[in-house]
Ligand binder design. Structure first.
Ligand code: ZN
Length: 292
């Protein structure tokens, strides 16, 4: 493992400057691990001269739970000076590869955020950005890290971050106000992405059907959830745009509950820097409709 990573790294060094896809070597390259980190970092670095933000995984990758970087992704990462990660266990499957890059400066977006317990590698739930205040803490951490590692552009990073934080804060206040009538309601989700979101808006997660994408619920788990939905008279099930809603639909068929889509913003368009806010506004509409 060690030697293969080292040889990939030296291959990456040899290729630097050859105009490799996605990475321009004459710029300060800030790599991000996956879409939510890209979105926050690209907002903070927006318009800063000489800086390129590169998301090393595809924008459709979604959560990185057991994700291993491909040789090409490692190569792109090896050309970056700064790497913005979510932390809280989200990137633990490629931590070893990152450890082989001693010059890479790591910014951990979730540093200092009180974590909810989860069944990830580190025992924490890493979906910090899914609550708006969590996303704001991450923006603050990323901005502080960029200012530390690239002090030349500090005023621009700070100004961009403050502008973005103000917008996120209005979003948070609006969502708190409009979701107040739904406080205390039980919701059922299909991936462990929503505890921070639920905490922020006073919702209760009665059950998580599929703990993580790819782990299909067993027949017994499905039967148990169907019982719970009937008992608690749950009217709405929340699936995600990133994953098939098969289990949700079979529960809906059995119980008459409706399936709604809630977006944890783990994927999205690269060019739309407002996408977090747009997606959360949509989540707000969905929840108001579902929890009426
Ligand atoms: Zn996840």
């Amino acid at each position: 493992m060690k030697t293969s990573i080292l040889s990939l790294l030296s291959a990456g060094l040899l290729l630097a400057g050859c105009g490799q896809k996605g990475v321009k070597s004459d710029k300060l390259v800030i790599a991000t691990s996956f879409y939510p980190m890209y979105l926050a970092t690209a907002n903070i670095a927006d318009g800063v001269p000489g800086v390129q933000v590169v998301n090393i995984t595809r924008p459709t990758t979604g959560c990185l739970h057991d994700y291993q970087l491909s040789p090409e992704e490692l190569k792109n990462l090896s050309q970056a000076s700064i790497f913005v990660v979510n932390g809280a266990g989200m990137e633990s499957f490629f931590q070893k590869a990152v450890d082989q890059m001693p010059n890479l400066k790591i910014i951990e977006a979730s540093a200092g955020v009180p974590l909810v317990k989860g069944d990830g590698e580190t025992g924490d739930n890493p979906h910090v950005w899914v609550s708006v205040s969590g996303a704001m803490q991450q923006v603050n951490n990323i901005a502080a890290g960029l200012i530390k590692h690239d002090p030349e552009h500090a005023p621009q990073y700070r100004a961009n971050a403050d502008k973005y934080l103000a917008r996120l804060d209005s979003l948070r206040v609006k969502m708190l106000r409009e979701l107040k009538p739904a406080a205390g309601r039980d919701i059922i989700t299909f991936h462990e992405a929503f505890p921070y979101f639920a905490q922020e808006f006073g919702l209760k997660i009665a059950a998580v059907i599929e703990r993580e994408p790819g782990s299909e619920p067993s027949a017994a788990e499905l039967a148990q959830t169907i019982k719970l939905v009937r008992q608690k008279k749950i009217k709405a099930l929340f699936a995600e745009p990133q994953y098939p809603a098969k289990a949700a639909q079979s529960i809906a068929r059995e119980t008459g509950a409706k399936v709604f889509i809630l977006d944890p913003v783990s994927t999205g368009p690269m060019e739309d820097l407002d996408y977090y806010i747009t997606a959360m506004e949509k989540n707000l509409e969905v929840l108001r409709e579902a929890l009426r």
